[in-house]
Design a protein around this ligand. Structure first.
Ligand code: ACO
Length: 332
């Protein structure tokens, strides 16, 4: 049995905000932001909601896959910025798509949310419980930013990306010209809750009258240097582990599709893996960091540009708050 990505889609809000635009409303500059992060502009939601962007990206992925919403068995959305605490964004997507048959739920793993969703769905497919799944990363990070904190708010953007995955028996794979191998080859994932505070966002106001000091709603806070250290050590280790499980080596991999946090993290991971930076596609220059949506949006951009050919080996890796990390090796 193999699990194959058979379609991709993405949706970005229409409103684009450049570094120069930000420098008009806060004490920052294009030079500071772009030299430290590689980010030049980001899309920020004005009208678009998390569920809207998730649903649009899903519709595009379904169209790309040639799959009807009624065929979807499972919808998982990686998000930390759903429009409601409940219902989940995945249930909202189910309703908007009319995917009546699907079971739908969200995963809260920040920038690893799409990867954790993909791995969870893969196990459902491999066990034979479900055949076709929609995995989405969707975020409206602009609503959890402290817009008075220039050290965080300049880094993030809004958007959504989606993939459709389907399981094939060896026989079905042969009939579809895929051979008996390929698809999702191996994955590695992990969490370190003890370090959670270095990248955190507190929940909403607690108005419980029994509490004398109510906890106020928080915004995203980050110890940038600790996050940097975590990322540049954990991501190469996670990639090494996933590659070893797949029986492949770094030189076999055509592209490393990493969470788009910061270009310096990507450069450092490339160096540690002894792989040319050319094999690390980047879209953070025009998207910024979109947490769980980063990897599927970048994958969709690559797919739309025709960069992916059947048989290509690709690594996808997400890492972030929790702390959490997840890496997948796939054959396209
Ligand atoms: N514009 C201008 N100046 C700024 C800005 C800004 N937007 N933000 C901070 N500064 C100033 C600070 O006030 C400070 O000034 P001071 O020296 O007078 O006190 C100076 O710049 C340096 O601030 P630092 O926070 O020390 O900046 P640093 O060099 O560490 O860079 C950065 C910050 C880019 C976030 C860096 O820590 C980093 O690359 N971290 C990796 C983590 C990351 O990328 N996180 C993204 C989200 S997390 C994730 O997705 C996994």
């Amino acid at each position: 049995m193999i699990t194959k990505i058979i379609g991709t889609g993405s949706c970005l809000p229409s409103h684009v905000v450049s570094n120069d635009d930000l420098s008009k409303i806060m004490d920052t500059s294009d030079e500071w932001i772009s030299s430290r992060t590689g980010i030049r502009e980001r899309h920020l939601a004005k009208e678009e909601t998390t569920a809207f962007m998730a649903s649009e990206s899903a519709k595009r992925a379904l169209k790309d896959a040639g799959v009807d919403a009624k065929e979807i068995d499972l919808i998982i959305v990686g998000t930390i910025t759903g429009d409601y605490v409940t219902p989940s964004t995945a249930c909202e997507v189910q309703a908007q798509l009319g995917a009546d048959k699907a079971v739908a739920f969200d995963v809260n793993a920040a920038c690893s949310g799409f990867m954790f969703g993909l791995h969870t769905a893969h196990m459902y497919l491999q066990s034979g419980i479900y055949k076709t799944a929609l995995i989405i990363g969707a975020e409206t990070l602009s609503k959890i930013m402290d817009w008075n904190d220039r050290s965080t708010c300049v880094l993030f953007g809004d958007g959504a990306g989606a993939v459709v995955i389907r399981s094939y028996t060896d026989e079905e794979a042969n009939e579809n010209g895929m051979g008996g191998t390929g698809g999702l080859l191996a994955f590695s994932q992990g969490s370190d809750g003890a370090k959670g505070i270095v990248l955190a966002c507190r929940d909403r106001v607690n108005n419980n009258p029994l509490i004398s000091n109510p906890i106020e709603q928080g915004y995203l806070s980050m110890d940038g240097q600790e996050v940097y250290k975590f990322a540049v050590s954990t991501v190469p280790a996670s990639i090494h582990e996933a590659l070893s499980l797949s029986g492949l080596k770094a030189e076999d991999i055509k592209y490393f599709v990493l969470h788009q946090a910061n270009v310096r993290i990507i450069q450092s991971v490339a160096k540690r893996l002894k792989v040319s930076e050319d094999r690390f596609p980047v879209n953070l220059d025009h998207c910024g960091n979109i947490s769980a949506a980063s990897v599927p949006i970048l994958l969709d951009e690559m797919n739309q540009k025709g960069m992916l050919s059947r048989g290509d080996k690709i690594v996808m890796s997400g890492f972030g708050a929790g702390l959490t990390w997840g890496t997948t090796v796939i054959e396209w």
